[in-house]
Design a protein around this ligand. Structure first.
Ligand SMILES: *Cc1c(COP(=O)(O)O)cnc(C)c1O
Length: 434
C-alpha cells in the first residue's frame, strides 16, 4: 500500500491538488467500491458522501449498470459518430428528448462537462452568426459561477483563483449579481433576493443585449462556488428577460441535473426550458466520461443548410461513445425501475432530519437544502477545510468542504442508518476541526 502511494506521488499529477500538501496529508488508495462505500487497500471503508465529485448516482459497482455494460462490451466498444450511428446513442438521445417533453430534441455529445459548456457557447454564437448577427458574440454569467476549467469554459467561470492565474488566455465574460439567498438583507425573502438579482440582469441586458449571445446559469444551485441556493423565481424571470432581449439561455445542469435537486432537471421546478441544456457528471451514473448539450429545434434548423460552414463545427474523438451511452441508458432505467425521484423525497427528508443537530451548533450558519444537496457554512479560520476533510476521513466519511462550506451530495442509495451515521460523524468531525 505505501508503495502504491509513493508510486502515485511520483508518477501521477493529481487534479485540483497542491501536490506539496501530500507531504502532510496522505493519499488514499482505493481498491474497490460497493454501493455508497469505497474500500482502501487495507479494507478500511469510507462513505462516499460527495458521490466521487458529484458523479455517482447509484453507488459503486452497481449490478444493473455493470450488467448492461458487460452486454454492450461484447457487441461494440466504440465507433466514430461522424457518418455512423448506433443504438445506444440513438436510444439515449430519444430518452433525453422525451424527458424534456420534446422541447430539447437534439443531442450533441462530448466527454466532459467543460466541453459541454464550450459546445453551448459555440453553438449560441454560431447561431447568431448564421442569422446574420455576428455582433452577438459575448456572454454573461452569474457572480461566483463555475462552468468548467478549459480555456473557453473559464471565460464563464467566476472563481478569482482560476481567473487570475490564466487571465491572459481567457476572453472573460461579464457577470451579473447572483440570486444566492444568503445575500438577503433584513426582512428579504429568497424570492425577494431573486427579484432583486433579476432586476440587475434586466438592466444589464437592456444595455448589452446587442452584443450578447447567451446567459449561462446553473439552475437553483451554484454548486462549485459553495452550494449557493436560490429561488426558482430567478429562473422564470431570466427566461422571460432572455426572450425579451433575444439572448439565449444556457442551463448548465451538469451538477444539478439527473435528480439532484429533487426533479429530474432543476429547470422543471421553475416550469421553464432553456435554449441549451448541458449534462454530464451523473448522466452516466458516474461510470464513464460523457457529456452532452440538448438544444431546441429552432437552433438546429439555423445550422441546417448546404454550406459546410453553416454546420456546427465541433468534434471529439470519443463523441457518443457506445459504452458511455449504455451506462447513461442503464442509469435512466434505474430512475424508472426504482421510481427514484419519488424515493429521494423520503431520502431528502432523512437528510433534513440528520442535519438538524448540526444546525444548532454555534459556529454553523445558513443551513440549506435542495433535494439531495445539503450544505452549511462554518465560522472558522482558513485551515478549516483541510482539517475537516481529514477528521471526516478518520471517521470513515468522504467529505470535501468548499472553503468553509460543508456539503453532502450523496448517491441515491443511502439508507436511513447510513444517513444517520453521516449526520453523527459530520458533527463529530466539525467539533474536532474547529
Ligand atoms: C463539474 C462541472 C463542470 C465541468 O465538468 P468537467 O467534467 O469537470 O469538465 C461544469 N459545470 C458545472 C456546473 C459543474 O459542476
Amino acid at each position: 500500500m505505501t508503495d502504491l502511494l509513493s508510486r502515485s506521488l511520483a508518477a501521477v499529477w493529481h487534479p485540483c491538488t497542491q501536490m506539496k500538501q501530500h507531504e502532510s496529508t496522505p493519499l488514499i488508495a482505493i481498491a474497490r467500491g460497493e454501493g455508497p462505500w469505497l474500500y482502501d487497500t487495507d479494507d478500511k471503508r469510507y462513505l462516499d458522501a460527495v458521490s466521487s465529485w458529484w458523479v455517482n448516482l447509484f453507488g459503486h459497482c452497481n449490478p444493473h449498470i455493470n450488467q448492461r455494460l458487460r452486454e454492450q462490451l461484447e457487441k461494440l466498444e466504440h465507433v466514430m459518430l461522424a457518418g455512423f450511428t448506433h443504438e445506444p446513442v440513438v436510444a439515449l438521445s430519444e430518452k433525453l428528448s422525451a424527458l424534456t417533453g420534446g422541447v430539447l430534441g437534439h443531442a450533441f455529445y462530448a466527454s466532459d462537462g467543460a466541453s459541454a459548456t464550450e459546445i453551448a457557447l459555440k453553438m449560441s454564437l454560431h447561431y447568431w452568426r448564421n442569422l446574420g448577427r455576428p455582433d452577438k458574440n459575448r456572454f454573461v454569467c452569474l457572480e461566483g459561477s463555475y462552468h468548467g476549467e478549459t480555456v473557453g469554459a473559464l471565460a464563464v467561470t467566476d472563481i478569482p483563483l482560476f481567473r487570475d492565474a490564466y487571465a491572459p488566455l481567457v476572453r472573460t465574460a461579464d457577470t451579473v449579481p447572483s440570486p444566492d439567498w444568503r445575500r438577503a438583507s433584513e426582512g428579504e425573502s429568497p424570492a425577494d433576493v431573486a427579484r432583486r438579482a433579476a432586476h440587475a440582469l434586466e438592466a444589464w441586458l437592456e444595455a448589452n443585449h446587442k452584443h450578447t449571445a447567451a446567459l449561462i446559469i446553473e439552475p437553483l444551485v451554484q454548486c462549485a462556488t459553495g452550494m449557493a441556493m436560490y429561488d426558482a423565481e430567478y429562473l422564470r424571470q431570466a427566461r422571460a428577460l432572455c426572450d425579451r432581449y433575444e439572448v439565449h439561455l444556457i442551463a448548465d445542469e451538469i451538477a444539478v441535473g439527473c435528480g439532484r435537486t429533487g426533479s429530474f432537471f432543476a429547470c422543471e421546478q421553475a416550469g421553464i426550458w432553456p435554449d441549451f441544456m448541458c449534462l454530464s457528471k451523473g448522466i452516466s451514473g458516474g461510470y464513464l466520461p460523457l457529456s452532452l448539450v440538448l438544444s431546441r429545434d429552432a437552433i438546429y434548423q439555423a445550422f441546417y443548410a448546404d454550406e459546410v460552414s453553416r454546420g456546427f463545427l465541433h468534434s471529439h474523438s470519443y463523441t457518443g461513445n457506445p459504452l458511455a451511452c449504455t451506462a447513461a441508458l442503464a442509469t435512466l432505467e434505474l430512475f424508472e425501475r426504482d421510481n427514484v425521484i419519488a424515493a429521494n423525497r423520503e431520502r431528502a427528508a432523512w437528510l433534513a432530519e440528520a442535519i438538524r443537530p448540526i444546525a444548532l451548533h454555534e459556529k454553523v450558519r445558513h443551513v440549506r437544502q435542495s433535494g439531495m444537496i445539503v450544505a452549511f457554512d462554518v465560522e472558522a479560520d482558513r485551515g478549516f477545510s483541510r482539517r475537516f476533510a481529514q477528521a471526516a476521513l478518520n471517521r470513515s466519511v468522504l467529505l470535501r468542504p468548499i472553503g468553509n462550506t460543508v456539503y453532502w451530495m450523496p448517491p441515491y442509495v443511502l439508507d436511513h442508518t447510513e444517513i444517520a451515521m453521516l449526520g453523527e460523524q459530520t458533527l463529530t468531525a466539525l467539533i474536532e476541526s474547529l
